[in-house]
Design a binder for this molecule. Sequence first.
Ligand SMILES: C=C(C(=O)O)c1ccccc1
Length: 362
Amino acid sequence: TEKLFTPVKLGALSLPNRVLMAPLTRNRAKRPGDVPTQMNARYYAQRASAGLIISEGTQISPEGKGYIDTPGIYSDEQVAGWRLVTDAVHEAGGRIVAQLWHVGRVSHISLQPDSQAPVAPSAIRAEAKTYIEGGFSDVSDPRELKTDEIGHVVEDYGRAAKNALAAGFDGVELHAANGYLVDQFIRDGSNTREDAYGGPLQNRLRFLREVLESIVANIDADRVGVRFAPFSNGNGISDSDPMTTFSGAIEALNPFGLAYLHMVEGQIRTTEAAGRAEVAELRKLFKGSYVANNGYDRDMAIKAVASGAVDAVAFGRDFIANPDLPKRLEINAPLNEQDRDTFYGGQEHGYTDYPFLDAVSA
Ligand SMILES: C=C(C(=O)O)c1ccccc1
């Protein structure tokens, strides 16, 4: 059988196959309090045949929220809600890690505590939109985090990792991609700080290092993954030299002994550039398991894993529409049509009502 459908160990995580469910924001947490629900549990349990499920981004604090109805992982009620999800996934024989998320400047004052300005490394507004009550909106002007505030955000990541374990997750993935807070510190287009967190690359990587130290103080490093998107300009992020910046970022990961590096290989939400030469060069720098993402289809995924350069492939939108994606890929069955109108927000329709193959063939 193709290597894509064989077991793999990513750190301490033993997976039955290499078809992973990528993190997918679905904006279906319960109000008030951004709490995961039984409906979320059903959605994730339907997809338990994934080698590993990476949860949707879950904000580590109220300030870390950037879109309407995304779930948090900082309150007791949210932890109890996530417990419903992990129990359901485990009962269905699956494995799931929590993607720890802080949006930084990609937010709106209507989503912030006391309608305050979103926080960021520097007071530079992102050329980005978010969705709030009533629809899309430009993101708000952020304020710069004071040097002595940064430690509190670092602690919020550690607490979120502890909460993820308490909620029954098998591990965590640090969201360091797609122009959100960690990415904002790493890149020179969004970080113009003049303290120890800005300027030279090693300073811009300081926040990443401190956040990882805070996380691995609460959960074993071989249960921790990191997601980068070196070549994406999504959410208005930019860097003057992505290859140098992310070579340094990947080298900063190596001492931790992490479970995996997850890389969006091109522009987010497009399919260009997967497998580009620079990606192969960055891949070689990471001394650990590598999860590839960005528009892979069945043939590309089979080839990438068979080549040995890629240990697993994360599929996003295909997993929205196909709860039994690993089986469909293995037997090369047709995939369900994706309904983009129900990707973000709503209830069961377009969430838990996509058909399984046997339902279709019966
Ligand atoms: C968490 C997201 C990301 O990483 O791009 C996201 C947020 C809103 C819509 C789609 C995706």
